[in-house]
Design a protein around this ligand. Structure first.
Ligand code: ITT
Length: 200
């Protein structure tokens, strides 16, 4: 079995692969299909953007395609960067610049007020059957720390502290992160339903 995950993000790809490959399912990503064009994520919600990616690439590849749209919502910033998490510091996705902007925006906000949530929406789409899309979600609450910790993960992980674990997401292995994360929870919800849908 092979699943196509419509992502350019190597960090996301690693997390999907850890779950699916432990069940003997191979994961392909957009890097395996370099001929496919980028799509513009013009939606205003995670679900809209995940649908755009899943439906577009399912049509192009004539295969079922899974897409992930995710982001960080910081309460003290009114929910920013939200759907703009990849492009927070401007076009051309750059994790270091995004993290620098996050620190600048939080400025003097006290540690106790730096609550935040990571969100993932997954959409699994079949070619030309948009009304049959599978949609699942996951959320992870945490705190934004002022000093980065850890070298694993990607994106905002070194700044996202999970009190229950006493670690940032970047201090966890891929399996530890998947066990609790927004993406891990969404994948767990998907695991319950996708096989029956896939074979229909
Ligand atoms: P694809 O659209 O190709 O999948 P992307 O990086 O552009 O890759 P999104 O549009 O969903 O993905 O942007 C989500 C951004 O939110 C991502 O680039 C990270 O900066 C951040 N993010 C999402 N999940 C994260 C996680 O588990 N840990 C750290 N940062 C995360």
């Amino acid at each position: 079995d092979t699943i196509v995950v419509a992502t350019q993000n190597a960090g996301k790809a690693r997390e999907f692969a850890a779950v699916f490959e432990s069940e003997g399912i191979k994961v392909k990503t957009l890097r395996d299909f370099p001929e496919l064009p980028d799509v513009a994520e013009t939606g205003s919600t995670f679900e809209e953007n995940a649908r755009i990616k899943a439906d577009t690439y399912a049509r192009a590849l004539e295969l079922p395609v899974l897409a992930d749209d995710s982001g960080l919502m910081v309460d003290a910033l009114g929910g920013k960067p939200g759907v703009f998490s990849a492009r927070y510091a401007g076009a051309g996705h750059n994790d270091a610049a995004n993290n620098a902007k996050l620190m600048a925006e939080l400025g003097e906000v006290p540690a106790d007020d730096r609550t935040a949530t990571f969100h993932t929406t997954l959409v699994f789409a079949k070619p030309n059957q948009p009304d049959q899309d599978l949609v699942v979600e996951g959320d992870l609450p945490g705190m934004i720390v002022g000093v980065p910790r850890g070298n694993d993960g990607f994106g905002y992980d070194p700044y996202f502290y999970v009190p229950e674990q006493g670690k940032t997401l970047a201090e966890m292995t891929t399996d530890e992160k998947n066990a609790i994360s927004h993406r891990g929870q969404a994948i767990k919800a998907l695991a319950k339903v996708w096989r029956a849908w896939y074979q229909e």
